[in-house]
Ligand binder design. Sequence first.
Ligand code: UDX
Length: 436
Amino acid sequence: MKLSVIGCGYLGAVHAAAMASIGHEVVGIDVDQRKIDALSKGEAPFFEPGLQEILTAGIAAGNLRFTTDMAEAAGAKVHFVGVGTPQQKDSDAADLTYVNGAFDGLLPYLAPGDIVAGKSTVPVGTAASLAPRVSETGATLVWNPEFLREGYAVQDTVDPDRLVAGVPSGEEGEIAASVLREVYHPSVAKGTPFIVTDYATAELVKVSANAFLATKISFINAMAEIAEVTGADVTQLADAIGHDARIGRRFLGAGIGFGGGCLPKDIRAFSARAEELGRGESVAFLRQVDEINLRRRDRAVQLVVDGLGGSVYEKKVTVLGAAFKPHSDDIRDSPALDVAVRLHGLGATVTVTDPAAIENARRIHPQLTYVEDRDEAIRDADALVLVTEWDEYRRQLPPEHASSLTDGRVVVDGRNGLDAAAWRAAGWAYYGMGRP
Ligand code: UDX
């Protein structure tokens, strides 16, 4: 099928390449010439495992191309819109400038019978407000949220755990849903749940999934706060409650909390939208989810200060990680960098290392020192702070090796990723999050 994908960021670039990899003829469109130039050469504009390979394959096979010219969307049967919806500068609400821009640009090229599939995460009610303009062209709007995780984006797009399509009522909606089923035929054929809803439900599925995940993380981080004043160990607690299948162990990783381009801004935008709808009290707990999350960064900083005897002034602190999570070069709302910047603000000499995100981090926080080589970064450090749980810093950094690089013996484990007993046995003062 001929498809267009409007917006070639994390979501759109992966979607375009993944759709080409399952046999569709895809054109990816973005206003950013540099991004389009890179993608056209088969270069992934960001770090995402597996993306480079499917980009190169699609371009070589001739069924994947990229352009800045919206006119090239004409002729496609389905047009996916995957532009960003960042947080507004002066409020918690989502900024819909890019969504509106994409629709304004696309509408002149739509033909009767086309499907426009919105994938961006939007405030509930957005699809209903855009639908009349799409209908005027004879095309149909569906809302088809994306649940991909960075680091696993290709896998999550090619083989999702569910597909959701918010469609208009009646025959028009049934036809649109069947076209989307065709687009996702390999997943549908293997039995992946394909859930057809109205617009509002589809939009809410996405934001409520992210709200639930954020709540789960802040729940365990709240338990970490209680563990800290009682001497309990939150990692054992998480293991024990996680065995209850109704709870589950995933997303009960206590530490410096969630960041990235989705969870933080999505829960804020959800709260803002609920308030607009007169239902702010229904999701008032999300404000606390956000507050607990941000408090954990303070806690990690405090542990470094305490570990170094009350002050970090002119101490060399090595921060292991910059990305908001491993397998990503994304530093948007990264708790790791927030901790690094705060330590720098307290007068520490901060050295940051990361296998993928240094270039991005340097652009935004040039005041920090960046060292690519992990061992070089650790050399002569007074304290180590693990903030992104890359394997390089967890499994592949034996404490004895760290001891050979520095006389410093303080390690703060912001992700509870290290073997506390092994580090203590090697003579280090180990500080975890919510652990004695
Ligand atoms: C998230 C959702 O998982 C995905 O479904 C949605 O489409 C977009 O938002 P992503 O932002 O890629 O995906 O990251 P995710 O893996 O969910 O991690 C989010 C943050 O939570 C990271 O900073 C991670 O370190 C943190 N986290 C995750 C924890 O602190 N503890 C955990 O147990 C799990």
